[in-house]
Design a protein around this ligand. Structure first.
Ligand SMILES: [Zn+2]
Length: 67
């Protein structure tokens, strides 16, 4: 379960900085196996989209987790 804490941390970090290849591998291997972390990613993605819509200027060129 400690894995999930690490993965959600990486998903959160991905909004603010590029993840390393190794970090993406960890996320990519874990997400298909864990609905909780997929829901977390969806949740923060929606929050991000909502805040961008409100502000109108945030998020240009950001790196997003792949579907
Ligand atoms: Zn998980």
């Amino acid at each position: 379960m400690g894995k999930c804490k690490n993965i959600t941390r990486l998903l959160s970090d991905a909004l603010d900085r590029p993840l390393t290849a190794g970090e993406w591998v960890s996320v990519g291997l874990h997400l298909p196996t864990c609905s909780g972390c997929r829901n977390y990613r969806k949740h923060i993605g929606l929050l991000r989209a909502a805040s961008r819509e409100v502000s109108g200027l945030d998020g240009a060129g950001e790196v997003r987790p792949e579907e």
